[in-house]
Design a protein around this ligand. Structure first.
Ligand SMILES: *Cc1c(COP(=O)(O)O)cnc(C)c1O
Length: 228
């Protein structure tokens, strides 16, 4: 081969490798995107019409609030699946395991251990997501980006949790796309199939970046009362 041909071959190989890496990172779009209707702050009466209209997957951010609202609704709509999308204290883990079907906010060792214990005790293996503090914001929950992959592996191997995906809430007031792309690449590295990302204001961007679950509240239920 001439020097020119060797050069061309190595450039081709490099570009092909980069194309494969980019494809692995963002991948083909998921076949379906699941809607998690975020009903926090809305009453059972306000939620009922959405159940009557066929929606079955809902997200709540507080254990106590879910406990007050959902048992009655579930009796009428037994195939409902409830996701916990808010921070969980270990002393509420038992109640959370009894009430929810999916925990999206596993973000620390002690919580992973407690959840595993409570699931064994209850004989209930819930699907779990690791929440990642994707913008490294001190006030936000979630495992640090640099620890996310190792933590996901420990949740599985040490605690025996069924980790099905990663979840994040990107920083306010910034384009969310790069944060969603980062969560996507972390999930690939961690071997987690699902990506819970995107809310009322940015769920289309999240879908473009590979979201399998979008969490939409105010666009469905209307404005939430602002807490003062
Ligand atoms: C409230 C909430 C949502 C929904 O937010 P909207 O902007 O109302 O769609 C999604 N995810 C989490 C974790 C939330 O707390």
């Amino acid at each position: 081969m001439s020097a020119g041909a060797t050069d061309a071959a190595s450039r081709l190989a490099e570009i092909r490798q980069r194309i494969r890496a980019a494809h692995r990172r963002f991948g083909p779009p998921p076949e379906t995107v699941n809607l998690v209707a975020v009903s926090k702050t809305f009453s059972a009466d306000e939620i009922a019409p959405f159940l009557e209209s066929g929606q079955r997957v809902f997200g709540e951010n507080r254990v106590q609030e879910a406990k007050d609202k959902w048992p009655g609704l579930r009796e009428r709509f037994p195939d409902t699946r409830l996701h916990l999308i808010g921070p969980l204290q270990t002393n509420k883990a038992r109640e959370a395991v009894a009430l929810f079907d999916v925990i999206q906010t596993v973000d620390r060792e002690k919580l992973a251990a407690t959840l595993a214990q409570e699931m064994t005790r209850a004989g209930r293996q819930l699907q779990c997501y690791v929440q990642v503090n994707i913008g490294a914001e001190p006030q936000k929950a979630g495992i640090a980006v640099e620890d996310a992959v190792a933590f996901t592996q420990r949740c599985r191997d040490v605690h025996g949790l069924n980790i099905v995906g990663l979840m994040c809430i990107p920083p306010d007031g910034q384009p969310a796309g790069p944060y969603f792309a980062l969560l996507n690449s972390l999930a690939k590295e961690a071997g987690a199939a699902n990506l819970s990302m995107g809310m009322s204001g940015d769920f289309e961007t999240a879908i473009a970046m590979g979201a399998t679950h979008v969490r939409v509240g105010s666009a469905l239920f209307g404005q939430r009362p602002t807490l003062t």
